[in-house]
Design a protein. Sequence first.
Length: 555
Amino acid sequence: MFRKCASVILASMLFVFITASLQTGTVDAVSFLKGKGPLTTAPLAAVSEVPGFTDDAGTGFCGTQWPFVATNGDTTISIILGNPGTADNHFSVAVNYFSTETGWINVNPASGIIPAGATNFPLAISLSDPPPGHNGVGFRAELVITHEASGSPRVIPLCLFIAYSDSWPTYANLSTACLRLRVFDNGFMADNIPGKSFDYFDDCDTFSTNTISSVYLYGGSPVITFLHASDTVRFAAFSSYPENGAFTPIQRIAVDSISNPSYTLGMAKFQTASPWFHIYGQAEYYVPRHPDSCEFIIQKYRFYGPNDTTYNGIVLGELLDWDIPSDSGTLNNSACDWSRKAIYQIGAEYNQDDSTEALCPQESNDRFGAIASDYRFFQNAVTKPYLTLVNPNYVQPLLPPGPTYRLMSQTLGCQAFTSSHPDSQYVDLATLVTFDEFQIRPRDTICIINILAVSKTGQTTMNNNLDKARVFIDQHPEITCTCVNHPGDANHDGSANVGDAIYIINYIFKGGPQPACMGEADANCDCALNVGDAVWMVNYVFKSGAPPIYCPMCW
Protein backbone atom coordinates (compact mmCIF):
# COMPACT_ATOMS: atom_id res chain seq x y z
CA MET A 1 0.00 0.00 0.00
CA PHE A 2 1.14 3.49 -0.80
CA ARG A 3 1.53 5.93 2.10
CA LYS A 4 -1.14 8.65 2.16
CA CYS A 5 0.83 11.19 4.17
CA ALA A 6 -0.03 14.70 3.00
CA SER A 7 3.55 15.83 3.40
CA VAL A 8 4.67 13.09 1.04
CA ILE A 9 2.11 14.05 -1.57
CA LEU A 10 3.07 17.71 -1.43
CA ALA A 11 6.80 17.11 -1.35
CA SER A 12 7.02 14.49 -4.07
CA MET A 13 6.96 15.22 -7.73
CA LEU A 14 7.20 12.71 -10.54
CA PHE A 15 9.08 13.43 -13.73
CA VAL A 16 9.30 10.99 -16.61
CA PHE A 17 11.81 10.94 -19.42
CA ILE A 18 12.26 8.52 -22.27
CA THR A 19 15.39 7.60 -24.15
CA ALA A 20 15.66 4.86 -26.71
CA SER A 21 18.48 3.21 -28.60
CA LEU A 22 16.61 1.96 -31.64
CA GLN A 23 17.52 1.07 -35.19
CA THR A 24 17.06 4.73 -36.03
CA GLY A 25 19.36 6.18 -33.37
CA THR A 26 18.90 7.68 -29.93
CA VAL A 27 15.52 9.28 -29.32
CA ASP A 28 14.81 11.61 -26.44
CA ALA A 29 11.51 12.19 -24.63
CA VAL A 30 10.28 15.12 -26.69
CA SER A 31 11.27 13.70 -30.05
CA PHE A 32 9.72 10.33 -29.28
CA LEU A 33 6.37 11.51 -27.94
CA LYS A 34 5.96 14.80 -29.74
CA GLY A 35 7.15 13.76 -33.16
CA LYS A 36 10.21 15.99 -33.64
CA GLY A 37 12.22 13.15 -35.12
CA PRO A 38 15.24 11.19 -33.97
CA LEU A 39 18.06 13.21 -32.36
CA THR A 40 21.54 12.07 -31.44
CA THR A 41 21.75 14.42 -28.47
CA ALA A 42 19.06 16.42 -26.73
CA PRO A 43 18.20 17.57 -23.20
CA LEU A 44 15.64 15.51 -21.33
CA ALA A 45 12.26 17.13 -20.78
CA ALA A 46 9.72 16.92 -18.01
CA VAL A 47 6.65 14.79 -18.64
CA SER A 48 4.47 17.87 -18.30
CA GLU A 49 5.91 18.93 -21.67
CA VAL A 50 4.89 15.67 -23.30
CA PRO A 51 1.09 15.79 -23.79
CA GLY A 52 0.96 12.63 -25.89
CA PHE A 53 -1.83 13.04 -28.45
CA THR A 54 -2.61 16.70 -29.09
CA ASP A 55 -4.45 18.25 -32.01
CA ASP A 56 -2.12 19.61 -34.70
CA ALA A 57 0.92 18.03 -33.08
CA GLY A 58 1.06 15.16 -35.54
CA THR A 59 1.88 12.64 -32.87
CA GLY A 60 -0.79 9.97 -33.11
CA PHE A 61 -1.01 7.81 -30.02
CA CYS A 62 2.68 7.07 -29.82
CA GLY A 63 4.50 9.89 -31.52
CA THR A 64 5.93 10.14 -34.99
CA GLN A 65 8.80 7.70 -34.33
CA TRP A 66 7.67 4.34 -33.00
CA PRO A 67 10.01 1.69 -31.70
CA PHE A 68 10.24 -0.88 -34.47
CA VAL A 69 11.80 -4.31 -34.81
CA ALA A 70 12.13 -7.03 -37.41
CA THR A 71 9.90 -10.11 -37.35
CA ASN A 72 10.54 -11.97 -34.05
CA GLY A 73 12.83 -9.13 -32.99
CA ASP A 74 12.97 -7.03 -29.84
CA THR A 75 14.28 -3.72 -28.57
CA THR A 76 14.56 -1.84 -25.27
CA ILE A 77 13.79 1.74 -24.33
CA SER A 78 14.40 3.49 -21.03
CA ILE A 79 11.93 5.54 -19.05
CA ILE A 80 13.69 7.78 -16.57
CA LEU A 81 11.79 8.60 -13.37
CA GLY A 82 12.80 11.59 -11.30
CA ASN A 83 11.78 12.77 -7.84
CA PRO A 84 13.01 16.26 -6.88
CA GLY A 85 10.87 16.16 -3.74
CA THR A 86 11.99 15.74 -0.14
CA ALA A 87 10.23 12.41 0.50
CA ASP A 88 10.48 9.02 -1.19
CA ASN A 89 7.88 8.27 -3.86
CA HIS A 90 6.47 4.74 -4.19
CA PHE A 91 5.35 3.70 -7.68
CA SER A 92 4.04 0.77 -9.68
CA VAL A 93 3.66 0.23 -13.42
CA ALA A 94 0.80 -1.57 -15.18
CA VAL A 95 0.31 -2.24 -18.88
CA ASN A 96 -2.99 -1.88 -20.72
CA TYR A 97 -2.97 -3.57 -24.14
CA PHE A 98 -5.16 -2.37 -26.99
CA SER A 99 -4.22 -5.19 -29.36
CA THR A 100 -5.33 -8.80 -29.22
CA GLU A 101 -1.68 -9.71 -28.71
CA THR A 102 -0.49 -9.19 -25.12
CA GLY A 103 2.69 -9.75 -23.20
CA TRP A 104 4.95 -7.93 -25.67
CA ILE A 105 5.97 -5.35 -23.05
CA ASN A 106 8.11 -6.12 -19.99
CA VAL A 107 8.87 -3.45 -17.39
CA ASN A 108 11.80 -3.77 -14.99
CA PRO A 109 11.34 -2.85 -12.21
CA ALA A 110 7.53 -2.87 -12.29
CA SER A 111 7.35 -1.25 -8.84
CA GLY A 112 9.63 0.33 -6.30
CA ILE A 113 10.67 3.51 -4.56
CA ILE A 114 12.05 6.60 -6.24
CA PRO A 115 14.34 8.11 -3.60
CA ALA A 116 13.91 11.73 -2.64
CA GLY A 117 16.04 13.95 -4.84
CA ALA A 118 16.59 11.25 -7.49
CA THR A 119 17.13 12.58 -11.00
CA ASN A 120 17.86 9.37 -12.88
CA PHE A 121 15.82 6.35 -11.80
CA PRO A 122 15.59 4.16 -14.94
CA LEU A 123 12.93 1.68 -15.97
CA ALA A 124 13.91 -0.77 -18.69
CA ILE A 125 11.01 -1.30 -21.09
CA SER A 126 11.54 -4.36 -23.27
CA LEU A 127 9.37 -4.69 -26.38
CA SER A 128 9.28 -7.80 -28.55
CA ASP A 129 7.33 -9.13 -31.50
CA PRO A 130 4.82 -11.54 -29.90
CA PRO A 131 4.81 -15.17 -31.14
CA PRO A 132 4.43 -16.56 -33.75
CA GLY A 133 5.98 -13.47 -35.37
CA HIS A 134 4.42 -10.71 -37.47
CA ASN A 135 5.15 -8.67 -40.57
CA GLY A 136 4.24 -5.05 -41.32
CA VAL A 137 1.82 -4.60 -38.39
CA GLY A 138 1.76 -2.55 -35.20
CA PHE A 139 0.59 -3.02 -31.62
CA ARG A 140 -0.62 -0.34 -29.19
CA ALA A 141 -0.59 -0.24 -25.41
CA GLU A 142 -0.23 2.23 -22.58
CA LEU A 143 1.91 2.28 -19.48
CA VAL A 144 0.07 3.36 -16.33
CA ILE A 145 2.47 4.66 -13.71
CA THR A 146 0.76 5.01 -10.35
CA HIS A 147 2.66 7.04 -7.74
CA GLU A 148 2.26 9.26 -4.69
CA ALA A 149 2.73 12.67 -6.26
CA SER A 150 0.16 14.87 -7.91
CA GLY A 151 -1.00 13.80 -11.37
CA SER A 152 -1.10 10.12 -10.53
CA PRO A 153 -1.57 7.94 -12.45
CA ARG A 154 0.57 9.04 -15.38
CA VAL A 155 -0.48 7.30 -18.61
CA ILE A 156 2.14 6.99 -21.36
CA PRO A 157 1.06 5.67 -24.78
CA LEU A 158 3.41 3.18 -26.37
CA CYS A 159 3.45 1.30 -29.67
CA LEU A 160 5.63 -1.30 -31.32
CA PHE A 161 5.80 -1.65 -35.08
CA ILE A 162 6.94 -4.86 -36.75
CA ALA A 163 8.79 -3.80 -39.88
CA TYR A 164 7.78 -5.02 -43.30
CA SER A 165 10.32 -7.79 -43.86
CA ASP A 166 10.50 -7.58 -47.65
CA SER A 167 13.17 -5.31 -49.11
CA TRP A 168 11.73 -1.85 -49.64
CA PRO A 169 11.11 0.69 -50.94
CA THR A 170 10.64 -0.80 -54.37
CA TYR A 171 9.74 1.38 -57.30
CA ALA A 172 8.99 1.34 -61.02
CA ASN A 173 10.03 3.83 -63.68
CA LEU A 174 7.03 4.45 -65.95
CA SER A 175 7.36 6.25 -69.29
CA THR A 176 5.11 7.54 -72.03
CA ALA A 177 6.57 8.52 -75.39
CA CYS A 178 7.60 11.92 -74.02
CA LEU A 179 7.78 11.87 -70.19
CA ARG A 180 8.72 9.66 -67.26
CA LEU A 181 7.63 9.13 -63.67
CA ARG A 182 8.90 6.97 -60.79
CA VAL A 183 6.24 5.40 -58.56
CA PHE A 184 6.84 3.61 -55.26
CA ASP A 185 5.21 0.65 -53.53
CA ASN A 186 3.87 2.84 -50.68
CA GLY A 187 1.85 5.12 -52.99
CA PHE A 188 4.52 7.82 -53.31
CA MET A 189 5.50 9.38 -56.64
CA ALA A 190 8.61 11.12 -58.05
CA ASP A 191 10.64 11.89 -54.88
CA ASN A 192 12.50 14.77 -56.59
CA ILE A 193 14.54 12.39 -58.73
CA PRO A 194 15.79 14.21 -61.88
CA GLY A 195 14.59 12.45 -64.99
CA LYS A 196 11.92 10.52 -63.07
CA SER A 197 9.67 13.35 -61.90
CA PHE A 198 6.94 13.71 -64.53
CA ASP A 199 9.43 15.55 -66.72
CA TYR A 200 10.03 15.47 -70.48
CA PHE A 201 12.75 13.56 -72.29
CA ASP A 202 13.60 16.57 -74.48
CA ASP A 203 12.88 19.61 -72.33
CA CYS A 204 15.61 22.27 -72.02
CA ASP A 205 16.61 24.37 -69.06
CA THR A 206 16.37 27.81 -70.75
CA PHE A 207 20.01 28.42 -69.71
CA SER A 208 18.87 29.96 -66.44
CA THR A 209 20.73 28.70 -63.38
CA ASN A 210 17.42 28.73 -61.50
CA THR A 211 15.59 26.47 -63.94
CA ILE A 212 15.70 22.69 -63.44
CA SER A 213 13.81 21.13 -66.34
CA SER A 214 14.35 17.55 -65.14
CA VAL A 215 11.82 17.87 -62.29
CA TYR A 216 8.17 18.85 -62.71
CA LEU A 217 6.81 16.93 -59.70
CA TYR A 218 8.81 16.92 -56.47
CA GLY A 219 6.52 14.35 -54.86
CA GLY A 220 2.94 13.17 -54.62
CA SER A 221 0.89 10.99 -52.29
CA PRO A 222 -2.66 10.04 -51.35
CA VAL A 223 -3.84 11.59 -48.09
CA ILE A 224 -6.16 10.11 -45.45
CA THR A 225 -7.33 12.28 -42.56
CA PHE A 226 -10.14 12.14 -40.00
CA LEU A 227 -11.15 13.10 -36.49
CA HIS A 228 -10.35 10.62 -33.76
CA ALA A 229 -12.15 11.62 -30.57
CA SER A 230 -11.11 15.27 -30.15
CA ASP A 231 -7.95 14.96 -32.22
CA THR A 232 -7.00 14.64 -35.85
CA VAL A 233 -5.09 11.91 -37.62
CA ARG A 234 -3.33 12.07 -40.99
CA PHE A 235 -1.68 9.45 -43.20
CA ALA A 236 0.42 10.20 -46.30
CA ALA A 237 3.48 8.78 -48.04
CA PHE A 238 5.30 12.10 -47.43
CA SER A 239 5.99 10.69 -43.96
CA SER A 240 8.84 8.21 -43.76
CA TYR A 241 8.07 4.57 -43.05
CA PRO A 242 7.81 3.26 -40.34
CA GLU A 243 6.55 6.53 -38.85
CA ASN A 244 3.02 6.76 -37.54
CA GLY A 245 1.11 8.65 -40.21
CA ALA A 246 2.91 6.94 -43.10
CA PHE A 247 1.89 4.23 -45.56
CA THR A 248 3.63 0.88 -45.59
CA PRO A 249 3.77 -1.33 -48.70
CA ILE A 250 1.78 -4.55 -48.82
CA GLN A 251 3.69 -6.07 -51.74
CA ARG A 252 6.31 -5.20 -54.33
CA ILE A 253 5.19 -2.79 -57.02
CA ALA A 254 4.00 -4.55 -60.18
CA VAL A 255 4.22 -3.47 -63.84
CA ASP A 256 2.27 -5.03 -66.72
CA SER A 257 3.48 -3.93 -70.15
CA ILE A 258 2.03 -6.91 -72.05
CA SER A 259 -1.69 -7.32 -71.40
CA ASN A 260 -2.90 -4.18 -73.16
CA PRO A 261 -1.33 -2.73 -76.32
CA SER A 262 -2.57 0.79 -75.51
CA TYR A 263 -0.92 1.31 -72.13
CA THR A 264 1.47 0.07 -69.48
CA LEU A 265 -0.07 -0.55 -66.06
CA GLY A 266 1.81 0.03 -62.81
CA MET A 267 0.25 -1.01 -59.49
CA ALA A 268 1.17 -0.28 -55.88
CA LYS A 269 -0.57 -1.74 -52.81
CA PHE A 270 -0.11 -0.21 -49.37
CA GLN A 271 -1.75 0.29 -45.97
CA THR A 272 -1.82 2.82 -43.16
CA ALA A 273 1.13 2.37 -40.81
CA SER A 274 -0.94 2.16 -37.65
CA PRO A 275 -1.59 -0.48 -35.00
CA TRP A 276 -5.24 0.53 -34.58
CA PHE A 277 -6.44 2.00 -37.90
CA HIS A 278 -6.31 -0.08 -41.06
CA ILE A 279 -7.17 1.35 -44.46
CA TYR A 280 -5.74 -0.41 -47.49
CA GLY A 281 -4.95 1.38 -50.73
CA GLN A 282 -4.24 0.37 -54.30
CA ALA A 283 -2.79 2.86 -56.78
CA GLU A 284 -3.01 1.99 -60.48
CA TYR A 285 -1.13 4.04 -63.09
CA TYR A 286 -2.31 3.74 -66.71
CA VAL A 287 0.49 4.99 -68.93
CA PRO A 288 -0.53 5.57 -72.59
CA ARG A 289 1.86 4.39 -75.30
CA HIS A 290 0.72 6.45 -78.28
CA PRO A 291 2.82 9.60 -78.85
CA ASP A 292 -0.33 11.70 -79.22
CA SER A 293 -1.30 10.80 -75.62
CA CYS A 294 2.10 11.15 -74.01
CA GLU A 295 1.55 14.14 -71.71
CA PHE A 296 -0.82 12.53 -69.23
CA ILE A 297 -1.15 9.47 -66.98
CA ILE A 298 -4.42 8.10 -65.60
CA GLN A 299 -4.30 7.43 -61.86
CA LYS A 300 -6.87 5.15 -60.23
CA TYR A 301 -7.13 4.71 -56.46
CA ARG A 302 -9.05 2.05 -54.55
CA PHE A 303 -9.44 2.35 -50.77
CA TYR A 304 -11.04 -0.24 -48.49
CA GLY A 305 -11.07 -1.17 -44.83
CA PRO A 306 -10.95 -4.37 -42.74
CA ASN A 307 -13.73 -6.95 -42.88
CA ASP A 308 -14.97 -6.31 -39.35
CA THR A 309 -14.84 -2.53 -38.88
CA THR A 310 -16.79 0.50 -40.07
CA TYR A 311 -14.92 3.79 -40.27
CA ASN A 312 -16.88 7.05 -40.36
CA GLY A 313 -15.82 10.51 -41.49
CA ILE A 314 -12.78 9.39 -43.49
CA VAL A 315 -11.55 12.22 -45.74
CA LEU A 316 -9.59 11.09 -48.79
CA GLY A 317 -7.50 13.22 -51.10
CA GLU A 318 -4.12 13.75 -52.70
CA LEU A 319 -1.23 16.16 -52.28
CA LEU A 320 1.10 17.01 -55.18
CA ASP A 321 4.20 19.10 -54.62
CA TRP A 322 4.66 20.39 -58.15
CA ASP A 323 7.92 22.19 -58.90
CA ILE A 324 7.16 23.28 -62.44
CA PRO A 325 10.46 24.40 -64.07
CA SER A 326 10.64 28.15 -63.70
CA ASP A 327 13.02 31.06 -64.06
CA SER A 328 12.38 31.57 -60.34
CA GLY A 329 13.51 28.12 -59.27
CA THR A 330 10.66 26.22 -57.59
CA LEU A 331 8.35 29.24 -57.39
CA ASN A 332 5.10 28.81 -59.33
CA ASN A 333 1.76 30.46 -59.96
CA SER A 334 -1.51 28.50 -60.01
CA ALA A 335 -5.05 28.60 -61.39
CA CYS A 336 -8.30 26.62 -61.51
CA ASP A 337 -10.23 25.18 -64.42
CA TRP A 338 -13.36 24.11 -62.59
CA SER A 339 -15.15 23.17 -65.80
CA ARG A 340 -12.59 20.37 -66.13
CA LYS A 341 -12.37 19.77 -62.35
CA ALA A 342 -8.70 20.67 -62.63
CA ILE A 343 -6.19 22.75 -60.72
CA TYR A 344 -2.74 23.44 -62.10
CA GLN A 345 0.54 25.17 -61.37
CA ILE A 346 2.51 27.30 -63.83
CA GLY A 347 6.17 28.21 -64.23
CA ALA A 348 7.49 31.78 -64.15
CA GLU A 349 9.17 33.56 -67.06
CA TYR A 350 11.47 36.46 -66.11
CA ASN A 351 13.31 36.80 -69.44
CA GLN A 352 16.56 35.89 -67.72
CA ASP A 353 17.45 33.74 -70.71
CA ASP A 354 17.07 36.34 -73.47
CA SER A 355 20.73 36.26 -74.54
CA THR A 356 20.51 32.56 -75.37
CA GLU A 357 16.84 32.41 -76.38
CA ALA A 358 17.67 31.10 -79.84
CA LEU A 359 19.39 28.06 -78.33
CA CYS A 360 16.46 27.25 -76.04
CA PRO A 361 13.21 28.98 -76.98
CA GLN A 362 11.30 27.38 -74.10
CA GLU A 363 9.27 29.92 -72.12
CA SER A 364 8.84 28.83 -68.49
CA ASN A 365 5.35 30.30 -68.22
CA ASP A 366 4.26 27.83 -70.90
CA ARG A 367 4.99 24.98 -68.50
CA PHE A 368 2.03 23.52 -66.60
CA GLY A 369 1.32 20.65 -64.21
CA ALA A 370 -2.25 19.66 -63.33
CA ILE A 371 -4.45 17.16 -61.54
CA ALA A 372 -8.06 16.67 -62.61
CA SER A 373 -10.59 14.23 -61.18
CA ASP A 374 -12.93 12.36 -63.50
CA TYR A 375 -16.23 13.00 -61.74
CA ARG A 376 -18.28 11.22 -64.38
CA PHE A 377 -17.58 8.15 -62.27
CA PHE A 378 -17.63 9.92 -58.93
CA GLN A 379 -20.42 12.44 -58.54
CA ASN A 380 -20.52 13.51 -54.91
CA ALA A 381 -17.43 15.64 -54.30
CA VAL A 382 -17.73 18.51 -56.75
CA THR A 383 -17.63 21.12 -53.98
CA LYS A 384 -14.80 19.63 -51.93
CA PRO A 385 -11.67 21.79 -51.91
CA TYR A 386 -9.10 21.95 -54.68
CA LEU A 387 -6.36 24.17 -53.25
CA THR A 388 -2.87 25.43 -53.88
CA LEU A 389 -1.04 26.13 -50.64
CA VAL A 390 2.26 27.67 -49.62
CA ASN A 391 4.54 24.66 -49.66
CA PRO A 392 6.69 25.37 -46.54
CA ASN A 393 3.52 25.58 -44.44
CA TYR A 394 2.13 22.19 -45.43
CA VAL A 395 4.68 19.87 -47.02
CA GLN A 396 7.88 20.69 -45.16
CA PRO A 397 6.30 19.97 -41.75
CA LEU A 398 4.82 16.82 -43.34
CA LEU A 399 1.17 17.81 -43.50
CA PRO A 400 0.26 18.71 -39.90
CA PRO A 401 -2.92 16.74 -39.12
CA GLY A 402 -5.12 19.49 -37.68
CA PRO A 403 -4.75 22.09 -40.46
CA THR A 404 -4.82 19.37 -43.14
CA TYR A 405 -8.11 17.96 -41.86
CA ARG A 406 -9.69 21.39 -41.54
CA LEU A 407 -8.71 22.33 -45.08
CA MET A 408 -9.87 19.05 -46.63
CA SER A 409 -13.20 18.85 -44.80
CA GLN A 410 -14.43 22.26 -46.01
CA THR A 411 -16.82 22.95 -48.88
CA LEU A 412 -14.81 25.36 -51.00
CA GLY A 413 -14.61 24.26 -54.61
CA CYS A 414 -11.42 25.32 -56.38
CA GLN A 415 -9.28 28.06 -54.81
CA ALA A 416 -5.84 28.93 -56.12
CA PHE A 417 -3.42 30.67 -53.77
CA THR A 418 -3.20 34.44 -54.14
CA SER A 419 -0.51 36.58 -52.56
CA SER A 420 -1.25 39.76 -50.66
CA HIS A 421 1.90 41.25 -52.18
CA PRO A 422 1.71 42.10 -55.90
CA ASP A 423 5.44 41.47 -56.31
CA SER A 424 5.09 37.96 -54.83
CA GLN A 425 2.83 36.31 -57.38
CA TYR A 426 5.15 33.31 -57.59
CA VAL A 427 5.70 31.19 -54.49
CA ASP A 428 6.63 27.58 -53.73
CA LEU A 429 3.23 25.87 -53.91
CA ALA A 430 1.69 22.47 -53.22
CA THR A 431 -1.62 21.27 -54.61
CA LEU A 432 -4.09 19.63 -52.21
CA VAL A 433 -7.16 17.94 -53.69
CA THR A 434 -9.99 16.43 -51.63
CA PHE A 435 -12.01 13.58 -53.12
CA ASP A 436 -14.73 13.44 -50.46
CA GLU A 437 -15.62 12.35 -46.92
CA PHE A 438 -16.64 8.70 -46.68
CA GLN A 439 -18.06 6.02 -44.47
CA ILE A 440 -16.01 2.90 -45.20
CA ARG A 441 -17.85 -0.27 -44.19
CA PRO A 442 -16.74 -3.89 -44.43
CA ARG A 443 -16.38 -4.93 -48.09
CA ASP A 444 -16.79 -1.31 -49.28
CA THR A 445 -14.36 -0.12 -51.94
CA ILE A 446 -13.89 3.59 -52.63
CA CYS A 447 -12.73 4.18 -56.19
CA ILE A 448 -11.23 7.45 -57.49
CA ILE A 449 -9.97 8.31 -60.99
CA ASN A 450 -7.55 11.22 -61.52
CA ILE A 451 -5.71 12.64 -64.50
CA LEU A 452 -2.13 13.85 -64.00
CA ALA A 453 -0.98 15.97 -66.93
CA VAL A 454 1.77 18.39 -67.93
CA SER A 455 2.37 20.80 -70.79
CA LYS A 456 5.38 22.82 -71.93
CA THR A 457 3.55 24.62 -74.74
CA GLY A 458 0.90 26.54 -72.85
CA GLN A 459 -2.59 26.30 -71.44
CA THR A 460 -4.31 25.27 -74.69
CA THR A 461 -2.13 22.17 -74.81
CA MET A 462 -2.87 21.51 -71.15
CA ASN A 463 -6.62 21.68 -71.79
CA ASN A 464 -6.26 19.39 -74.79
CA ASN A 465 -4.31 16.90 -72.68
CA LEU A 466 -7.05 16.77 -70.04
CA ASP A 467 -9.70 16.29 -72.72
CA LYS A 468 -7.67 13.57 -74.44
CA ALA A 469 -7.29 11.79 -71.11
CA ARG A 470 -11.05 11.58 -70.67
CA VAL A 471 -11.40 10.19 -74.19
CA PHE A 472 -8.72 7.64 -73.31
CA ILE A 473 -10.73 6.58 -70.25
CA ASP A 474 -13.87 6.21 -72.37
CA GLN A 475 -11.98 3.98 -74.78
CA HIS A 476 -10.81 1.70 -71.96
CA PRO A 477 -13.79 0.80 -69.73
CA GLU A 478 -11.56 -1.36 -67.53
CA ILE A 479 -10.11 1.88 -66.16
CA THR A 480 -13.44 3.25 -64.97
CA CYS A 481 -14.84 2.86 -61.47
CA THR A 482 -17.88 0.62 -61.28
CA CYS A 483 -21.07 1.46 -59.41
CA VAL A 484 -20.34 -1.29 -56.88
CA ASN A 485 -20.06 0.10 -53.38
CA HIS A 486 -21.90 -2.63 -51.42
CA PRO A 487 -21.77 -6.15 -52.96
CA GLY A 488 -25.15 -7.88 -52.71
CA ASP A 489 -27.08 -4.60 -52.45
CA ALA A 490 -29.43 -5.36 -55.36
CA ASN A 491 -32.03 -2.75 -54.34
CA HIS A 492 -29.28 -0.16 -53.86
CA ASP A 493 -30.42 0.97 -50.41
CA GLY A 494 -26.95 0.90 -48.87
CA SER A 495 -27.06 -2.50 -47.17
CA ALA A 496 -27.12 -6.19 -48.09
CA ASN A 497 -30.05 -8.12 -46.60
CA VAL A 498 -33.01 -10.34 -47.45
CA GLY A 499 -34.70 -7.44 -49.25
CA ASP A 500 -32.05 -7.77 -51.94
CA ALA A 501 -32.93 -11.43 -52.52
CA ILE A 502 -36.59 -10.45 -52.92
CA TYR A 503 -35.60 -7.66 -55.30
CA ILE A 504 -33.67 -10.12 -57.50
CA ILE A 505 -36.59 -12.59 -57.55
CA ASN A 506 -39.00 -9.84 -58.55
CA TYR A 507 -36.68 -8.70 -61.33
CA ILE A 508 -36.11 -12.20 -62.74
CA PHE A 509 -39.60 -13.73 -62.42
CA LYS A 510 -42.07 -10.83 -62.09
CA GLY A 511 -40.75 -8.15 -64.41
CA GLY A 512 -39.64 -5.97 -61.52
CA PRO A 513 -37.22 -3.07 -61.94
CA GLN A 514 -33.67 -3.81 -62.99
CA PRO A 515 -31.06 -3.28 -60.26
CA ALA A 516 -29.51 0.16 -60.51
CA CYS A 517 -26.07 -1.49 -60.29
CA MET A 518 -25.84 -4.95 -61.79
CA GLY A 519 -22.43 -5.50 -60.23
CA GLU A 520 -23.89 -5.10 -56.74
CA ALA A 521 -26.70 -7.57 -57.49
CA ASP A 522 -24.28 -10.27 -58.72
CA ALA A 523 -23.80 -11.61 -55.19
CA ASN A 524 -22.12 -14.91 -56.13
CA CYS A 525 -19.63 -13.38 -58.58
CA ASP A 526 -20.55 -15.50 -61.59
CA CYS A 527 -20.76 -12.48 -63.93
CA ALA A 528 -24.51 -12.94 -64.38
CA LEU A 529 -27.69 -11.96 -62.56
CA ASN A 530 -29.93 -14.95 -61.88
CA VAL A 531 -31.71 -16.91 -59.16
CA GLY A 532 -28.34 -18.12 -57.86
CA ASP A 533 -27.70 -14.60 -56.55
CA ALA A 534 -30.98 -14.64 -54.59
CA VAL A 535 -30.08 -18.05 -53.11
CA TRP A 536 -26.63 -16.72 -52.20
CA MET A 537 -28.18 -13.80 -50.32
CA VAL A 538 -30.64 -16.05 -48.46
CA ASN A 539 -27.80 -18.33 -47.36
CA TYR A 540 -25.75 -15.31 -46.28
CA VAL A 541 -28.56 -13.72 -44.24
CA PHE A 542 -30.17 -16.80 -42.67
CA LYS A 543 -27.55 -19.57 -42.75
CA SER A 544 -24.28 -17.71 -42.05
CA GLY A 545 -23.17 -18.37 -45.60
CA ALA A 546 -20.36 -16.56 -47.38
CA PRO A 547 -20.87 -12.80 -47.81
CA PRO A 548 -21.66 -11.36 -51.23
CA ILE A 549 -18.64 -10.88 -53.48
CA TYR A 550 -17.62 -8.07 -55.79
CA CYS A 551 -16.32 -9.23 -59.18
CA PRO A 552 -14.18 -6.42 -60.64
CA MET A 553 -13.50 -8.44 -63.79
CA CYS A 554 -17.23 -8.72 -64.53
CA TRP A 555 -18.69 -5.32 -63.79
